[in-house]
Design a protein around this ligand. Sequence first.
Ligand code: NAP
Length: 372
Amino acid sequence: MVVKINCARRFHRAEQAVRRPPFCCRFLQNGRAVQRSHAFRYSGRMHYRPLGRTGWKVSEISFGAWAIGGTWGAVSDSDSLAALHQAVDCGVNFIDTADVYGMGRSERLIAQLKRERKEEIIVATKAGRRLSPHTADGYNASNLAAFVEDSLRNLSTDSLDLLQLHSAPAEVYDRPEVFGALDDLVRAGKIRYYGVSVDRVAEALKAIEYPNVQTVQIIFNCFRPRPAERFFPEAQKRQVGILARVPLASGLLTGKLTRESQFAADDHRRFNRRGEKFDVGETFSGVDYETGLQAVEEIRRLLPPGMPMAAFALRWILAFDAVSCAIPGGKRPAQVAENCAASHLPPLSPQLLSAVQEIYDRRLRAAVHARW
Ligand SMILES: NC(=O)c1ccc[n+]([C@@H]2O[C@H](COP(=O)([O-])OP(=O)(O)OC[C@H]3O[C@@H](n4cnc5c(N)ncnc54)[C@H](OP(=O)(O)O)[C@@H]3O)[C@@H](O)[C@H]2O)c1
């Protein structure tokens, strides 16, 4: 949380700064005084990128709606709605959610947002993670059709914009009948497009061999750069859209977390540290917490004056043309505003990109590169 501490104007909440650029103001960020210079200004202009072959242009900083559903500690619907409205105010036109996020809660909040706003908002949801056990056999036509009906109801719509298979087991990518079932749902008008959300690069490469896969969602951030090596060029060749998920490494790459940070019992950053409930890659990007904190301290030294680390981490992602959008989670308006500001910051220099790569190579590569 950033709090303004000295300014000629009256104290105001950070999210309002999106419309009122701060000039040389001092802020308290996690208890530390930081100067925000003229170099970091919120101008409020979002940039848009094509989403594969869909014809849609999506905000390059979009919105990840997992945390507003649950599994991230307590969230209130009023904060979540305010965060969603802030996203639309900042030009976000694409939201990623899933049926399983709060068992429909996240989807229902998005439906409410859509009722309250007139702007076009594209919603990508997901199906599959409600299967218990979560097996490849569960990804059959009748289960998928039933999951789609639930999402249609939650989102109060007749047709889903984009349906993604939700971290399906690897065998699913060897089953053409699963993709046939998705084609049937498109023909029936239940979904407009489909894509996949994958855990590993190998799954991403297999998925895009199916010609109607429009998008791939994958973890991509300063701690997980591997998708850029082989997968991004292949996806670009086939005009497949890429959603960069967990872009802030579950908050680590905001620079606000410390050894003393506490997480609620129902926050996956506490209960899934070692992959106890789902793939450990989804929690802190699979990076050991202590090692992650050390890498973050090195990244902190690279920050251009006045640039918050969250904005830096998102700007790093936007350096890759293959990425359609990053989908940072946001629980409160101030977080969303800070994240969206990354779209109108200048690109990071080649020297900064190399410095991030060097930190990754030295501190993290051995533990994560081959794994995902
Ligand atoms: N298998 C899958 O398909 C899958 C898996 C994971 C994620 N996703 C998608 O990807 C999206 C993004 O990933 P994620 O939400 O896991 O992680 P993330 O975007 O890396 O981190 C989000 C969290 O960081 C904190 N945060 C965000 N912006 C901040 C800011 N400016 N300053 C300080 N703290 C900030 C918030 O939590 P606190 O305030 O509590 O710290 C927020 O919930 C999800 O919402 C979801 O849509 C999909």
